[in-house]
Design a protein around this ligand. Sequence first.
Ligand SMILES: [Zn+2]
Length: 505
Amino acid sequence: MHLNTSLLTRRWQELPPGRMRELQLQRLRHFLRTRVLPFSSHYRSLFAEDGIDPSAIRTADDLAALPTTSKSDLLGPPGGAPPSRDFVLAPDPASLRRRPSTILRALLRGRDRARAALEHEYRPIFMTSTTGRSTDPVPFFYTGHDLDNLALTGRRLMEICRSDPAFRHLNLFPFAPHLAFWQAHYAGIGFNTFTLGTGGGRAMGTSGNVRLLGKVDPDALIGMPTFIYHVLQEAAEGGLHCTKIKRIVLGGEKAPAGIRRKLRSLCAELGSPEVDVMATYGFTEAKAAWPECPAPAGAETGGYHLYPDLGIVEVVDPDSGRPVAEGEPGEIVYTPLDSRGSVVLRYRTGDLISGGISYEPCPHCRRRVPRLLGRISRVSDVRRLKIDKVKGTLVNFNELEHVLDDMDEIGAWQIEIRKRNDDPLECDLLVVHLNVARRVGRERIAGEVRRRIRAATELSPNDIQFHDAGTLRSMHGVGRELKEQKVVDHRPAGAPAIPLTPNHH
Ligand SMILES: [Zn+2]
């Protein structure tokens, strides 16, 4: 067992939860005093305006009193220059040279070494950005120090997912300046293990990925659930044998129980009957992803294992912004404790976690790190539909997607929103596209899908259409898009705004 090796130093691993939170706040005070306030122009002026004294942050309530940062702060006012530079820790070289720690380092190790250490810590040398479909992508900068941490969190990811340095890993995330690909890449480096990035569908199509699957014969796959599904399905269709797969680690989109079952059954068809499927959760502003650990089949997962030495995760009421009690659902808010480059404090992710945060030891791996429990859904997954002539309705697409993912008879699917007769003034139509196994009765499945969608959302799809696997792959944009298009909105642009009745969720 690779239990505690590098997960955290024993100091953190063995702390009672209350003491862990005290140490986190101590780290935060130090981080604010020595790194953020001197070097971040955004937070320097914000703390000065609000008269906030970092040394007064002693309790969770003090932390909760600090202002939050949201995506709109990073984007800046519409039409204006994006303020992303204001969030980068940018020390003034002269003042850095006068710091006692720098002087000491220069005395002990020479001036060149001291300068190199400072550049490693502060010079931005890498960036990722958010995928932002509705907004401009926001660049987020890393320094050498951040890349060291990306390899460290990558190693923890490998350990928590019970990988083995002798394993061969296939990283199927798309080549892009996004966290997912690079976290997986640096996981291979941090864990000192073979990891091949295929670049995903756009780099070599599903068939290129299937060929590599056959050649590499991997022990572990890392990537987005829908894309891995398409690759395994095409591999199974082609009669490929791939008998060593033991782990699948998912990221980049939701991974409900249904899709995990489907991935396991495809692996069984390929000749790998024993596969642990785990999800990760991460976002650009955390510069890290947190994994689940392997859980016995049928058991609830242990949730996303956090790194308490590198950041503080809070769960807050999305309306009031106040922290909720342990185990209560709410919005995920993140504060880094050891980042350089771009730094945001109390970042409001817009992601909702259904089971909140837990400080109990994990029931599966017994690690005593805080964990996020339950389903994650995005605030932006709630969409406005105009169901009848008069009013708009909020529909939670999370629920819709779970219905389709959870039905074992359904393979790939797509939900399409369009206007009746493509007329912008008409009502919205909901069309469900499905791929099902040949032996499955379509009438029965259509009836079941209608029944379940109505039970979950009080809506009924206007049409259900069946397609073969290849057609759905191309509808998903595999090979064209960075992310499979599972929900598409074909309503003409410029349709009039819909008056809203907030119900249905
Ligand atoms: Zn665990």
